[in-house]
Structure formats: C-alpha cells, structure tokens
Design a binder for this molecule. Structure first.
Ligand code: HEM
Length: 379
C-alpha cells in the first residue's frame, strides 16, 4: 500500500480513521456493566442556541460508517483478540490525579470543574494507526484518553455511572466535517481497489488531505506533547452555557530527543522509564469560544488562540508508578472511552461528536462481544 494512503488514513479513522494510592502491582477495580442495561444508540439532537445544525442524513451516514467499521474489524480480527478500530496501539494506561484549580472564574467553574476538587483518573496513551504493530518511529496521530472516576451526577450515557471522559489527539483540528465526505473516505480506505485508494485525496478535499497529513507526527514521550479535543463541547447548562474546546500540555517545556536507534515500542519504554523514575505533570486547559464565527460544526478550522485564549482549569499529576504489567494492560484494553461518557455540563457538540456517539458505542460493544469479555466500568 503506498505510504500516502496509510498517511491519509492516519490511523485516525482507522484508517477510516483509584484509588489514588499507587501500588507497584497496579490492581484495577472494575464492575461489569449491568447486563441488560439499555444501550443508548439514539442519535443526538442539536442545540440551536449554541449554533449546532444537522448535515443532510447524518444519522443514516453515521450508521453506515459504523457498518463499515464493524465489517473491517470482523475481517481484521477473524482470529485473535479484537482491538480498537482506531488507536489500537496503547503506550500505557496510567493512573493520575486530576486536580481542579483552587480559584476559577464562575464561567469556567462548571460541571466537574469544582474549585479544589481532585478526581482519580485512568489515562490511556495511544497511536492512531489501525495497525497496532506499527513502529512508534513512524509518523502518526497520538491519543490521550482521560477517564475521571467518582464523578457524581447523572450522565448522558447510562452504561457508566461515575465516569467523565476527555479524549484528545496531539493536533488542534480534525480532517473532515462533512459526513458524506467521511463516508466516501471510509469506503475508499476499506476497499481493496487501488483506484479507490487513489481517490482518497478527492474524498477528503485539499484541506482535509492537508490536515490528515499534518496530524501525523513523531514524539519521544507521550507525556511531552500537547493534545487537543479537536472538536467542541458545551460548558455549563442553561442560559449561560457556552461552547469550548479543551487541551492538555506538559507542565514543563522540556522534551527529550527522538531516539537514534528506536525500538518498535519506544514510546511505551520511555513512558515506563519516565514514571518509574519520577512523577509527571500536565495542565488541562479550556478555550471558551469568543465569537459565533467560531463554528461548532467546523472542526477543520482552529479557533485562533489570539482571539480565544485557553485558560488552565486543572493539573493532572501522574504519580511515580509501575503501569506496564500484563494485568493492567489487559484491564486497559477492555476500557471504553467515548465523549458521551459525560455530565450534561460537558455535552459533546458538532457533527463529528454526534456521529461518535453511535459509532463508539457500537464498536466498543462489538470488540467486547468478539473477545467474550464483559464491558466494565472502572472505579
Ligand atoms: C467521526 C469521526 C470519528 C470516528 C468514526 C472515530 C472512530 C473511533 C473508534 C471506532 C474508536 C475505537 C472505539 C472503541 O473501540 O472503544 C476510536 C477511538 C479513539 N478516537 Fe476516534 N473517531 C472519530 C473522531 C475522533 C476525534 C475527533 C478524535 C479527537 C480527539 C478522536 C480520538 C480518538 C482516540 C484518542 C481514541 C482512542 C480512545 C482510547 O484510548 O480508547 N476520534 N475512534
């Protein structure tokens, strides 16, 4: 397969696309998700007040995309353990504390952002390529998925009762908005025909292809890059609710060099060595939209930081720890992250997030079913 095609897929789309005390043998507590708990596959509605608007037939397109992903997973993992369709390669699942800043302005002190509060968290670092064996030295999108625990309040999905997820990639914008383009891209990338693969840049358009290529990058340590939500979220409820994006970055600007003779899984090795030697720290930032011209439906255009600055709302502390055990790696593989594991105060916005609601739920269920594993809610 020509490199560009893999590049354009960037694994993003598989291609398509605590206890806070840290023990050395991390034992993960988890409860099975109640059998028979109703799965919420209803397509989300839109919030006109925050300028959301539907694309034609987007709910049907989301279902069709989920069908394509399902087919590709069934084919790829007809034997062995079924992995995630996107971001199947984990560099580690680590424990963290997510501590909200002591003083926050009222417009940011919403939902989980209660000044001074600390949540235990699991954080999964990953690479985007659908090839779980890809060497870490290859350019790729890098993921950071945060799952806060012990979060009180009713959530938008009912499969996890006490969690709040934040999912990010280390690039500020996503490479597609229009569900029809995304669908065409998925058909092309999942086809065996070379002609279809050559069609990918036409499916994505010039801007989408440019973003897809630029989302791929090399890093030396998952704790030393900056991540963005790429797509927008609500903050708060009622008349004062606003649209925001979020981001996480290292507390220090020090970055280690890329190794000269990199092992296949050097990102896992570097993360392991880093956290075995010392604790680490990241900042969690929120970017409120400052003008309606910053669209919630267009995730291909950055909200310029010069016009809409990010504000720090929390510190993520990674205690010194040993995370790379077979038990913890297995636990991590069985977790399910989705932007819809959330309080209503952080409701996902925009077409990409609406489609993710039905797609992530379906694909997580599928891989658990194929592996005969129960889906679990960690605590
Ligand atoms: C319509 C667009 C998208 C589709 C179809 C899609 C699809 C998927 C799927 C199927 C999974 C695996 C779910 C599972 O098995 O549990 C996944 C995981 C993931 N996606 Fe997306 N995705 C989309 C957009 C995005 C965006 C905008 C981001 C940016 C933050 C993103 C970041 C991630 C990350 C980091 C993971 C891994 C989460 C983990 O560690 O478990 N995706 N995606």
């Amino acid at each position: 397969m020509p490199d560009f095609i893999r590049a354009a897929g960037l694994g993003l789309l598989s291609l398509p696309m605590m206890a806070i005390s840290i023990s050395n043998t991390a034992h993960a507590n988890a409860s099975p998700i109640a059998t028979g708990s109703p799965t919420d596959l209803a397509y989300p509605n839109i919030d006109h007040g925050l300028n959301e608007s539907f694309y034609p037939d987007e709910a049907t397109t989301a279902k069709n995309i989920a069908d394509i992903i399902e087919k590709s997973i069934r084919k790829e993992y007809s034997t062995g353990i079924a992995l995630r369709d996107a971001h199947p390669k984990a560099h580690g699942c680590v424990r963290a504390e997510f501590k909200i800043d002591e003083a926050l302005p009222k417009n940011l002190a919403q939902g989980i952002f209660l000044p001074g509060k600390t949540y235990p968290a699991w954080i999964r670092f990953s690479s985007g390529s659908s090839n779980a064996k890809q060497a870490d030295i290859k350019k790729d999108a890098r993921g950071m998925a945060i799952k806060l625990l012990a979060v009180p309040g009713e959530k938008l999905l009912n499969d996890e009762m006490s969690t709040q997820d934040f999912i990010m990639i280390n690039h500020p914008v996503f490479f597609v908005n229009d569900p029809a383009r995304y669908m065409a891209f998925m058909q092309d990338i999942n086809s065996d025909s070379l002609l279809k693969k050559l069609h990918i840049p036409f499916a994505l358009g010039a801007k989408g292809t440019w973003i897809a290529l630029n989302t791929r990058n090399k890093i030396s340590d998952p704790l030393q890059t900056r991540y963005w939500s790429m797509v927008p979220y609500q903050l708060g409820t009622g008349a004062d609710r606003q649209a925001i994006k979020y981001s996480a970055q290292a507390c220090s600007t020090v970055t280690d060099p890329i190794p000269h003779t990199p092992h296949n899984n050097f990102l896992r090795e570097n993360l392991r060595n880093h956290l075995q030697k010392s604790e680490a720290c990241m900042e969690f930032l929120v970017q409120p939209r400052t003008s309606n011209s910053m669209s919630v439906e267009d995730s291909m255009t950055e909200w310029p930081e010069s016009e809409a600055p990010f504000y720090k709302v929390a510190t993520i502390r990674f205690p010194q720890q040993v995370f790379d055990t077979p038990e913890q790696n297995k636990f991590c593989e069985n977790l399910s992250f989705t932007p819809w594991h959330t309080l209503p105060e952080h409701r996902p916005l925009g077409v990409i997030n609406r489609m993710r609601k039905v797609i992530y739920e379906r694909i997580s269920q599928l891989r658990h079913e194929m592996n005969s594993t129960q889906r679990v809610e960690p605590h």
